[in-house]
Ligand binder design. Structure first.
Ligand code: ADP
Length: 448
């Protein structure tokens, strides 16, 4: 097992990884930008190294500085968390070239899945249903218009190198295509340095359902059930739950089996998530995320497994010693992403936190790097806390979630807690009746 792990991230995920390491007797090295010098992940780690100025490009995305910090402190592995360099195959290669272990799947697997056009092809070739769409990158407006006609409008243009909901554009009719295509290409180029885009049929009322997998280097893989991440704004997840209110046990089992089959055939190892859209009883592969995900704690809540601990073990070359039959899904869990944003306009709201009180009690978990008096810098993602609540039933989890949201005190900045409080009172949400468009409609109605 590793003796020392460098955590190439900040905020709640850096703490999450630190906690798993501490429990496993592994020392941790934090890295931080100048503005994060007083951050909680820096305070808790055994050692900390400043890797650059506030801008993420010069610090948390600064490969050379992170590698130097790892070499200087004698770390034997690097955990990238999520976001930043977590899906950067070149960085994973660099880590390995410097004799350290990358805590994640093999770089070539990150590369394969990172190109969404390639990932779609791969999924299709191994028998997974994919959303009807172009099998190759679409290079010209003319081709784009032809695809629009072939698939039938509306369609969605997506960046091959996309992520975080960026670089996506819905096109409702042929007349909009030229403009949308050019904009999507430009957006993709500036966000990802690659202007390849592809086109899919835009599904009218799907749910976003994803499956968590664990796989070792020796061909053994299991799934940990699904997460329903349909509550989104601008294609970004706001609230997630497991199990999905839309699936029964039989569907769960067959979806899980399909994903495990895929993972084994592709030769994937480590933790990963396969994302699907689900509509009219049919699953469509969307992409595979080759990293730990923000919403992993709801799966931990109902399985009792520590996914980060398993990830570290798998990366150290250990066997997956859990069989599928050992996994039990107990009750239900819900996660609210609490962002430092105005809850009506969603404009980021960085600043200094005043009072800070997190809810507690049975089956309530708060993952956060914040504390009373700390600064929320304007340079990074606006996530300030994740509230994860579970219960023996979905209804029990919901009652607990309402109670916990009511206890949360964050002063000094605006947060999205009021939005979550409204969601958990809404009849549609209570009934589990929602798709990927539901939240935007809900937000617009409450404004009007
Ligand atoms: P990213 O990697 O940027 O998160 P995804 O491919 O995972 O992008 O898509 C993010 C979200 O965008 C999905 O959860 C879904 O809400 C929406 N979306 C993507 N593709 C389609 C599609 N073909 N039809 C309808 N919605 C889609």
């Amino acid at each position: 097992m590793f003796e020392k792990v460098l955590i190439a991230n900040r905020g709640e995920v850096a703490l999450r990884i630190h906690r798993a390491c501490r429990e496993m007797g592994i020392k941790t090295v934090a890295v931080h930008s100048v503005v994060d010098v007083n951050a909680m992940h820096v305070k808790l780690a055994d050692e900390a190294v400043c890797i650059g100025p506030a801008g993420a490009k010069e610090s948390y995305l600064n490969k050379a500085n992170i590698i130097s910090a790892a070499l200087m402190t004698g770390a034997d592995a690097i955990h990238p968390g999520y976001g930043f360099l977590s899906e950067n195959a070149d960085f994973a290669d660099m880590v390995e070239a410097h004799g350290m272990v990358w805590i994640g799947p093999k770089p070539e697997m990150i590369r394969k899945m990172g190109d969404k056009v390639e990932a779609r092809k791969l999924a299709k070739s191994f028998g997974l249903p994919v959303i009807p769409g172009s099998d190759e990158a679409v290079k010209t407006v003319l081709d784009a218009i032809q695809w629009g006609e072939a698939l039938g409008y509306p369609v969605i243009i997506k960046a091959a190198a996309g992520g975080g909901g960026k670089g996506m554009r819905v096109v409702n009719q042929a007349e909009e295509m030229e403009m949308a295509f050019t904009l999507a290409q430009n957006e993709a180029r500036s966000a990802f340095g690659n202007d390849d885009v592809y086109i899919e049929k835009y599904l009218a009322h799907p749910r976003h359902i994803e499956v968590q997998v664990l796989a070792d280097n020796y061909g053994h893989a299991i799934h940990l059930g699904e997460r329903d991440c349909s509550l989104q704004r601008n294609h970004q997840k706001i609230l997630e739950e497991t199990p999905s209110p839309a699936l029964n046990a039989e569907q769960r089992q067959s979806l899980g089996k399909m994903v495990v089959d895929f993972v084994q055939k592709v030769g994937y190892s480590n933790v990963g998530t396969v994302e699907f859209l689900y509509e009219n009883g049919q699953f469509y592969f969307m992409e595979m995320n080759t990293r730990l995900q923000v919403e992993h704690p709801i799966t931990e809540a109902i399985t009792g497994l520590d996914i980060v601990r398993e990830q570290i073990r798998l990366s150290a070359g250990q066997n997956l010693d859990i069989r599928q039959e050992d996994i039990q899904f107990n009750g239900a869990a819900i996660e609210c992403r609490i962002n430092a944003e105005n809850p009506d306009t969603f404009v980021p709201c960085p600043g200094k936190i005043g009072q800070w009180h997190v809810p507690g009690g049975l089956a309530v978990r708060v993952d956060s790097g914040m504390y009373a008096g700390c600064d929320v810098p304007s340079n990074y993602d606006s996530l300030v806390a994740k509230l994860i609540v579970s219960g023996r039933t979905r209804n029990g989890a919901l009652m607990r979630l309402r109670r916990a949201l009511g206890e949360f005190v964050i002063e000094g900045i605006s947060t999205t807690i009021p939005l979550h409080q409204e969601i958990v009172q809404s009849p549609d949400f209570i009934d589990g009746q929602y798709d990927i468009h539901w939240l935007e409609g809900f937000i617009n109605n409450r404004k009007g």
